[in-house]
Design a protein around this ligand. Structure first.
Ligand code: FAD
Length: 468
């Protein structure tokens, strides 16, 4: 198999008898093929997708998924898996039509295993509900991948990250096992409720982050932990982003491990204020670090925050601020959560979630600003200083054509890659970043990925047009 391996993209349309056979599997109410299809034509990506599926299928369990995939594979009908559609890269958009396989009737939490610190849920379980249920058992899932209405299956399929990656890592660090259906209809179980395994290739990890291109995940077993103590926040203003970023490794080397370390600059805070009216505490500085720390009691926070403040003040910080009440804390977090809606409101032309080595964040943002000036298109940057993940949003309204925005994005990606980074830290490649993959991944590796894809999905029916 060589570099010119062709990928099948000629598909058949659904026809009445096929829809009838699908209804025999999922029931009359499990198929949508007329009104409401437009709700499945896009996700939350800023690109204006409007790709209607021919039908949406709502299986209720693994066996029903298997039945549908077997039929679709035999009939060469493309299938796009969909969780909650909160993805930011067009991954759940049916760009070749065919079927959207929606997991929204597979929301059950199947087991909460207190002895083994894990829980198993159907892949369509909504993250907020999952967290609520395990909380009743005094267990905890510590990741916070931004959007709590997303599904567990979507989180696994995109290897979602979020703010708390500094301390806890990303979704793949919590996936213990999966049940999944191959395009042929075969059902596989990977991993299990154990901590260690050296038993062949790790299919759990291969499926995690595969964005619905290899198999449909039907059940997920996630590792849980004991609930942490309270979460406290420290906001630290600086005169420049580079001073702020320089403090991050010093804090970590002092054996302080915050849950999250976010960076933000005056530009995004100004936009949020204009949009929401929320005044930021200690406004007027060019750059900030916002740290979240888990502690057992407030005395412990007192001593940790003192150490962090000392480090930062010695290294360029202008001040430190601790919100004095739960309300003030909430307002601060709300401001951070308003970044994305604010930018949506301002009309973002695209978005990128480049990841670079932590130490390179300030250089990278500086270079992006130069690129932004060259193009005359404002680009807002903010993100996860603790893990190097930088969110970038070119803003409109602008007369820039799609190809100009693509050139701008290419330059941004190249700058990140040159600094040792890559093009997506947590949102995935989906349909929208596929064209940039060759910038980050060598032809040999892309070819190997295509061969892996072919082994799982020889007819390329599963989420075609995504990732590769
Ligand atoms: C306001 C906002 C904030 C966000 N913040 C973050 C953040 O901080 N960090 C982060 O990582 N993401 C973030 N996201 C992105 C998004 O929430 C995540 O990508 C999430 O994991 C998507 O889950 P979903 O259920 O909505 O999946 P969808 O959007 O429905 O699908 C995403 C991809 O996964 C595939 N897929 C879905 N379910 C399955 C399945 N069962 N089997 C196989 N493939 C499947 C789809 O085909 C698609 O390729 C944010 C989104 C929004 C709108």
């Amino acid at each position: 198999m060589g570099k010119n391996m062709t990928i099948q993209t000629e598909y058949h349309k659904l026809y009445p008898d096929l829809i009838k056979r699908m209804k025999l599997i999922v029931g009359e109410k499990g198929v949508l093929f007329d009104e409401g299809l437009e709700n499945y034509a896009r996700d939350e990506a800023p690109h204006s997708h409007n790709d209607l599926p021919e039908a949406v299928i709502f299986p209720r369990d693994t066996l029903e998924i298997a039945g549908i995939l077997e039929l679709a594979n035999a009939e060469l009908v493309p299938v796009t898996p969909r969780g909650a559609g909160t993805g930011l890269s067009g991954g759940a958009v049916p760009i070749y039509g065919g079927i959207v396989l929606s997991l929204e009737k597979m929301r059950r939490i199947l087991e909460i295993d207190e002895e083994n610190f894990c829980a198993t849920a159907q892949a369509g379980a909504v993250l907020s509900k999952f967290c609520e249920e395990i909380d009743k058992h005094r267990l905890y899932y510590p990741l916070y991948p931004g959007e709590m209405s997303a599904t567990i299956g979507g989180n696994v399929a995109t290897n979602a990250g979020g703010m708390r990656a500094v301390k806890y890592g990303v979704t793949r660090n919590f996936v213990m096992g999966l049940k999944a259906v191959l395009p042929s209809g075969e059902i596989i179980s990977t991993g299990g409720k154990y901590v260690k395994s050296s038993t062949g290739y790790d299919l759990t990890q291969l499926l995690t982050g595969s964005e619905g291109t290899l198999a449909i995940i039907s059940e997920v077993t996630l590792r849980l932990i004991n609930p942490p103590g309270s979460r406290e926040i420290l906001l630290i203003p600086f005169n420049s982003l580079s001073e702020a970023i320089r403090c991050v490794p010093i804090i970590l080397k002092e054996r302080i491990l915050p849950v999250s370390i976010e960076f933000m600059e005056a530009d995004i805070l100004g936009l949020v204020k204009d949009y929401t009216g929320n005044e930021f505490p200690i406004p007027g500085y060019p750059a900030y670090l916002m740290l979240m720390i888990e502690v057992d009691n407030y005395d412990e926070f007192g001593s940790i925050s003192e150490r962090i403040s000392e480090i930062c003040l010695k290294n360029g910080a202008v001040d430190t601020y601790v919100p004095g009440s739960e309300r003030a804390k909430r307002r601060l977090l709300e401001t951070r959560e308003k970044f994305y809606p604010t930018l949506q409101h301002r009309g973002m032309l695209d978005l990128a979630d480049v990841v670079v080595p932590r130490s390179k964040i300030a250089d990278f943002v500086e270079e992006v600003k130069q690129i932004s000036r060259n193009y005359g298109i404002p680009v807002i940057a903010y993100g996860h200083a603790g893990d190097g993940n930088v969110h970038l949003h070119p803003l409109g309204p602008n007369i820039a054509s799609a190809s100009v925005i693509q050139d701008l994005q290419s330059e941004i990606y190249q700058a990140g890659i040159k600094m040792g980074g890559t093009i997506s830290g947590e949102h995935g490649i989906g349909a929208d970043k596929r064209k940039y993959m060759p910038l980050a991944v060598s032809p040999e590796s892309i070819d190997l990925m295509k061969r892996v894809k072919k082994a799982f999905d020889p007819n390329n029916i599963l989420n075609p047009g995504k990732v590769l």
